[in-house]
Design a protein around this ligand. Structure first.
Ligand code: PHE
Length: 442
């Protein structure tokens, strides 16, 4: 059977931005920013996105487009004669399933908050509400609904499923968030939120530099969907005429812009209607943002309308990311094991129903997977992809980087390859070591 490909360049870019823009931007990013001191975290994070994220994204693109395969097949095919690189790709396939297991729990919360926004039933007691719905069998039920939506898109395939869905969802997210941000920043009292978010204060960097670095690095990889092979898989459906450096930059810029936009909704709302970061939102728990914005919706006129818009945007963002997670193992089964897309999608969804339910029923497992484990696996995965690109592909990586690229972009190829060979994997390995150290030292 002929392998599928994107119908258009815009389609590919929107699908990749759709993967990048997700709960990472609207849920994890404001949470991390609040926990690590606002603007200082934003600055460190932006530097890592630019210096590590974008080159990493390009490395995944190069692997994907060169091989036209899922991560496991890609690395095995591009390094013939050794089996071991295939396992590095397979590690990404497994990571994707683990990611989806916890991500679909949060996806389920969002389905629930979206529906409950019409009546505003969670406004009165935000933390009580979150406490009752977040874990348990009801959480599993909503998680199943979220996974079903995800599977439905992936069943449709690359063009008719992923491309068609993200083409509709991405513009909607931007419009919804822009309207909400425009409204939020003009509320009386929003200024304090903006200054917490945007006024640079270096003190938090000095307080806990290592902690902030770890968090910022983890967040940078997570938000760009790196280290799993999503971007390998999406680029494997590309033709040779796309400029990878150009497309990669557009994707990173759009992803960051939506992240910052989400911050412009969340922080002004919290400061204008809640008087700042309450203890709830400062606690750094996964539910902080839900409870924080719920309290703000309660205080504002037409809170239900704002809430429906807010959770619709997040639901689209979450779905366009979860489909990119499911697509990795689906592509693996289709490419390597000759399974039909239909059977692969249904079988893998059934598997994640089980592993995901474990996350939805046990909060401690959820927190460990969503934080520590994901940071570790993404960092290790991307380090593997970079070493592979730099040392195994080498000059071929450069040729792939240049193919379809214009003059200016090509001149970036050599410094890129140099970074991919040396300093970038080193940075990731140091981050990995710091993460492991903090895990083991409790
Ligand atoms: N980038 C997505 C987000 O921000 C998460 C994701 C990570 C998606 C890894 C795919 C792979 O929500």
């Amino acid at each position: 059977m002929v392998r599928e490909s994107w119908a258009s360049r815009v389609g590919f870019i929107l699908a990749a931005v759709g993967s990048a823009v997700g709960l990472g931007n609207v849920w994890r990013f404001p949470w991390m920013t609040a926990e690590y001191g606002g603007s200082a975290f934003l600055v460190v994070y932006l530097c890592i996105v630019l210096l590590v994220g974008v080159p990493g994204l390009l490395a995944e693109f190069v692997i994907g487009r060169r091989s036209n395969r899922n991560p496991a097949g890609a690395l095995a095919r591009l390094a013939p004669g050794t089996k071991s690189w295939g396992y590095v790709g397979l590690f990404g396939v497994v990571t994707a399933l683990i990611l989806l297991s916890f991500y679909s729990v949060v996806g389920g919360w969002i389905v629930r908050y979206f529906l409950a926004s019409f009546s505003g039933s969670y406004f009165a007691d935000p933390s009580g509400y979150f406490g009752t719905i977040s874990f348990g069998w009801e959480a599993v039920a909503f998680q199943v609904a979220f996974l079903a939506l995800t599977a439905l898109v992936v069943l449709g395939g690359v063009r008719r499923g992923i491309e068609a869905a993200t083409k509709v969802m991405m513009p909607l997210i931007v419009v919804l968030l822009a309207v909400l941000a425009g409204w939020a920043v003009t509320r009386p009292g929003a200024g304090a939120g903006l200054s917490f978010y945007l006024h640079f204060d270096p003190a938090p960097i000095k307080n806990d530099p290592i902690g902030m670095l770890r968090a910022a690095a983890g967040q940078a990889l997570f938000t760009l969907s790196l280290g799993v092979g999503t971007m390998i898989t999406y680029a494997s459906y590309l033709g040779e005429d796309n400029s990878l450096p150009f497309d990669g930059s557009v994707i990173a810029v759009l992803n960051t812009a939506v992240g910052v936009l989400a911050g412009l909704v969340v922080f002004p709302l919290l400061f204008a209607f809640q008087g700042g970061l309450t203890e709830v939102t400062r606690g750094g728990e996964s539910g902080a943002i839900f409870m924080g914005v719920a309290g703000a919706f309660r205080e504002m006129p037409y809170g239900e309308v704002v809430a429906v818009g807010f959770f619709a945007a997040i639901l689209f963002a979450a779905l366009s990311s979860s489909i990119s997670m499911l697509e990795i193992p689906v592509a693996y089964l289709v490419d390597e094991q000759d399974v039909s897309r239909r059977n692969a999608t249904l079988g893998l969804t059934a598997l994640v129903l089980v592993t995901g339910a474990v996350c939805a029923l046990t909060p401690s497992v959820f927190t460990f997977v969503a934080g520590t484990l994901v940071d570790l696996m993404l960092t290790a995965g991307l380090a593997g992809f970079l070493v592979f690109t730099g040392w195994i592909l080498g000059k071929n990586a450069l040729a792939e980087f240049d193919s379809g690229a214009g003059g200016i972009a090509r001149s970036l190829g050599t410094p890129w390859l140099w970074g991919v060979r040396t300093i970038l994997p080193l940075f990731l390995l140091v981050t990995l070591a710091l993460n492991l150290y903090s895990l083991l030292s409790g």
